[in-house]
Design a binder for this molecule. Structure first.
Ligand code: GDP
Length: 332
């Protein structure tokens, strides 16, 4: 087993490495010279192929996140310096269809990771930092705005409830002496988002409508507002949290909020549709949620002062980059 002194570089273990954030995280860590191990779901071959195309140096381990012995064994064997727990059900919409699976993968699995990290730290004497990808959804319909690290945790979706459990377990293990941080991530987007998220659904439809000059996109709640940032910035915040001398909860957000309608307008304008953009948006009740967090906006003040973190890509640019990517895809 390597000791701290014998190791030439840092070792990271990432769950959820095939997701949007996992991919960006692998790229950032590898560029820094970190050895990156990732857990991948059996049968996730398309996502694995894409990940290995971008980051051939990641070391992948196949296994189910719900398999406590497997996850514990991996952490014990790897003795990572940093663990990033990104895995789970990532879509709030999907969590309404699969609440139990969501509880297992986005909630209980965090306890497995934290306990394994704690045991490893105890037996090896090495610091094992854990970063939990927490979520603004833990606040539900928050009664204060903007939301901070001390906003009441009161989720309104199965996804939010699972993330709230993981969030609180992270705090509990921090109390036990583990360098465990929760990054309370507000929505963060990129061209790698799947179309199950409203942003990518909008930008791919806007690109199509812009290219053809006709067509509509069908959306649910146009009045919901979200604090949308740029995914690689949020990944960078998690790396900073892992290395922070004082672990804690950190809101990672831009501090700006926009409605779904504003996102659609910005995307359609970017794709070349002008003032008639509203003619290309239809409301379809099938995309409404049983309960939806209506307004979200985070205050990243603590991350700024304690982690030196800043969002670098403003709203218009996030939309622009995603639309440009989808326009380019149409012409390939
Ligand atoms: P979430 O904030 O993690 O749930 O991210 P989403 O991108 O899935 O949803 C953001 C907001 O957009 C939520 O308030 C949704 O109710 C709203 N929304 C409106 N229309 C749609 C739609 O067609 N698809 C999705 N996924 N969300 C929609």
């Amino acid at each position: 087993m390597p000791t701290s002194a014998a190791r030439s570089n840092r070792v990271a273990f990432v769950t959820g490495i095939t997701g949007q954030d996992g991919g960006y995280l692998a790229e950032q860590l590898l560029a820094e010279g970190v050895t990156v191990h990732g857990l991948v779901r059996p049968g996730d071959s398309a996502a694995v192929e894409e990940l290995l195309d971008r980051s051939p140096d990641v070391v992948l381990h196949e296994g189910d996140l719900a398999d406590v012995d497997l996850v514990t064994g991996l952490v014990t064997e790897l003795e990572p310096d940093e663990i990033y727990n990104l895995a789970g059900i990532s879509s709030v919409a999907f969590s309404w269809e699969h609440p139990v699976l969501t509880a297992q993968l986005s909630g209980v699995a965090a306890a497995t990771v934290l306990e394994a990290a704690w045991q490893t730290q105890e037996s090896s004497g090495r610091r094992v930092a854990v970063v939990q990808a927490s979520s603004a959804e833990i606040f539900g319909n928050a009664d204060t705005s903007p939301q901070t690290e001390s906003t009441t945790v009161r989720p309104v979706s199965p996804y939010g409830a699972a993330k709230a459990y993981a969030h609180q377990m992270t705090d509990i293990y921090r109390g036990r002496g583990l360098a465990a941080s929760s990054c309370i991530l507000f929505n963060h987007e990129s061209p790698r988002r799947p179309e199950t998220f409203v942003t990518r659904k909008i930008t791919s439809a806007a690109a199509r409508i812009g290219a053809e000059g006709t067509g509509v996109m069908r959306l649910g709640n146009l009045d919901a507002s979200r604090d949308w940032g740029w995914a690689p910035d949020y990944v960078d915040a998690m790396v900073r949290a892992a290395r922070a001398e004082t672990p804690g909860d950190f809101v990672i957000a831009t501090g700006e909020t926009h409605t779904v309608a504003e996102f659609a307008e910005a995307a359609l304008r970017r794709a070349g549709i002008g003032d008639s953009w509203r003619d290309h948006v239809e409301v379809d009740p099938q995309f409404f949620r049983p309960v939806d967090a209506t307004a979200m906006v985070g205050d990243p003040g603590k991350a700024r002062s304690e982690l030196g973190w800043e969002p670098t890509v403003p709203f218009a640019e996030v939309v622009g980059r995603m639309v440009d990517h989808d326009l380019a895809l149409l012409s390939t």
